[in-house]
Design a protein around this ligand. Structure first.
Ligand SMILES: Cc1ncc(COP(=O)(O)O)c(C=O)c1O
Length: 309
């Protein structure tokens, strides 16, 4: 995993350029093939903590297609640590899909639990039970959404030298957007695009930042610089339309950059739509590419649509 690979690229979009809008992309997707995008940002300090405490490995949680599970399996494998994945769905097995197969091949012990049991994934008592069964493992929440995940994501903007006015980013658990928000300067606006239908961006960000130890008043002041765009979920988490798939294909043909249909494709679509508004002119915009391309293969297979042709 190498964050030096995450360059900032200028993307030429003639209709934006005509209005003085410059679009840049922060290529976190280039950090690693598996632990790509925001995955390494969220895992880095969790891994460091594990190493300094001499934990055997990381125990974490995820659904059947979780990018975070594979990334954790891969990061632990590379660091010579163990990994355990608590997976939602006791009907599943390591052979159920490519994601779980990959986790298993990377040495992750997969524990399949019922949907009811999975509901307890944030509860302290459940973590105590898990620590008893799997001792000496550092427990990382679903999606890497903890304090260490947030501080890892605070480093993204420190690598951007260009003067940026607007930043666009995807949301799942909000850890990445909370990290980015808490590192912005006061003239910058953060645009968040949730991948889930009905997601309450500001509320989720507030809860996560405060529960991670940030002072409530300061958090409120930061949240004033957030604009949420909840209408670009395309049906909800993991859902997509043919229009979105075509948009991703077209973007790849024009710019040679792969977007995924679960997160980053929805953000770029939202950004393109939002910047049509004439209130944007002579401004610099940054899209943070949070990766997720390995998950796109399953959607290509299911839809029969070739995204990167
Ligand atoms: C590719 C990609 N982008 C964005 C996100 C959303 O990040 P977060 O859960 O930190 O909001 C995820 C989920 O972790 C993801 O896999």
């Amino acid at each position: 995993m190498n964050t030096d690979k995450s360059i900032v690229e200028y993307i030429a979009v003639p209709e934006f350029e005509a209005r003085g809008i410059k679009l840049f992309i922060k290529r976190d997707d280039l950090i690693d093939e598996v632990v790509s995008g925001n995955k390494w940002r969220k895992l880095k300090y969790n891994v460091e903590l594990c190493q300094s405490r001499k934990n055997e490995g990381i125990l974490t949680f995820g659904g059947a297609y979780s990018n975070h599970l594979v990334a954790t399996a891969s990061a632990c494998h590379k660091m010579g640590m163990k990994s355990i994945g608590i997976v939602r769905g006791d009907e599943l097995s390591p052979n159920s899909n490519k994601t779980l197969q990959q986790c298993s091949e990377l040495g992750m012990k997969l524990v399949f639990v019922t949907r009811e049991e999975y509901l307890a994934r944030h509860e302290k008592a459940y973590h105590e039970d898990l620590s008893y069964t799997y001792p000496n493992h550092h427990i990382v929440p679903e999606g890497g959404a903890n304090y260490y995940g947030i501080i890892g994501c605070q480093e993204i903007m420190s690598e951007v030298r260009e003067k940026i006015d607007h930043v666009f980013i995807a949301q799942g658990t909000s850890a990445t957007s909370c990290g980015v928000l808490s590192s912005l300067n006061e003239n910058q606006t953060l645009h968040v695009v949730p991948a889930l239908k009905g997601y309450r961006s500001l509320e989720e960000m507030r809860n996560l930042m405060v529960s991670s130890g940030m002072e409530a008043e300061w958090v409120e002041a930061q949240l004033k610089r957030v604009e949420a765009h909840p209408e670009f979920h395309f049906g909800g988490y993991g859902r997509y339309t043919e229009g979105l798939l075509k948009y991703i294909q077209d973007f790849y043909r024009k710019h040679g950059i792969k977007l995924d249909p679960v997160y980053t494709g929805k953000v770029m679509f939202a950004l393109t739509h939002e910047l049509q508004n004439t209130r944007y002119s002579n401004t610099n915009v940054l899209f943070i590419h949070t990766g997720g391309i390995q998950g796109a293969a399953a959607i290509e297979q299911k839809s029969g649509f070739k995204l990167y042709d």
